[in-house]
Design a protein around this ligand. Sequence first.
Ligand code: 8YV
Length: 316
Amino acid sequence: MKPQLLVLAASPSAAVMEQLDRHFECHHAWRQPRGEQAAYIGGVAAGVRGLLTTGAIGVGPALLEQLPALEIVAVNGIGTDAVALEATRARGIVVTNTPGVLTDDVADLALTLLLAAARRLPALDRYVRGGAWEAGQPLAPTRALRGKVCGVFGFGRIGQAVAARAEAFGMRAMYFQPRAIDGVAQERSASLLELARASDYLVVCAPGGAATRHAVNAEVLAALGPEGTLVNIARGSLVDQQALIAALRGGALGMAALDVFDDEPRVPAALRELDNVVLTPHVGSLTVETRHAMGQLVVDNLLAYFGGRPPPTPVA
Ligand code: 8YV
């Protein structure tokens, strides 16, 4: 008998979906209309041994309680801040994620956002489309990247990949995270506040969760300053969104380029109305290649676990 798998979100890779359906009895909750998913899950919950979720969706205590036979949570993503890890630990439920395979694409998006903010890409696009160019309206120059400081908050795989890319654009990369990293060339600031003070661009790459909630607060934003730019490709929870809106409105902060938000997919109108922001809908890992590699790692983790082998990428 195939193990029963509750699938909360689909992979865009057909090869991944085919393997899931081949090896597991899949309950595809994502195929149900939003309003009917809870009832659908209630109907299949008793036999579910594996749960496939995403970094953004995770799994909360209430759903875990509904799944008495659950043995493994396979996260199609790197972040586990939305997984109730205390509850999974207490029940001995294995949790896996997809580290490594998404590093380059997420770092690429960080630089895409940084460049879009630095060179005012959305405004330039509007300038051409709206006929302002043809009408001869004036256009102010933007600032060069070379020689500027790119502060990286959170210096794991993704943070280090962001630093390497920033350096390729002639920027100086620095970082802050509580634990110093041996063997890296970049200087570590004494605190996030110090890093923000030193930075022209502050790129948030740290994990979400209680320990980092609102780490980027009004004081950090003010330290980044009126010429500074905040880039966030990590989790909305790391930034105090209300303080960010106030800083962008009042000029305490120059610009923000954001892929992640507090309460996705809801983005406050106050943020959407601002001209000094660049917004993308949580797409750091959304490329054909990376989503396939992530999905394949999810399949490999599930097959290893149910085959009695250690999953390749367990969450410690
Ligand atoms: C995805 C992410 O949005 O890896 C993460 O933690 O947030 C993203 O890569 C998500 O997990 C999609 O599956």
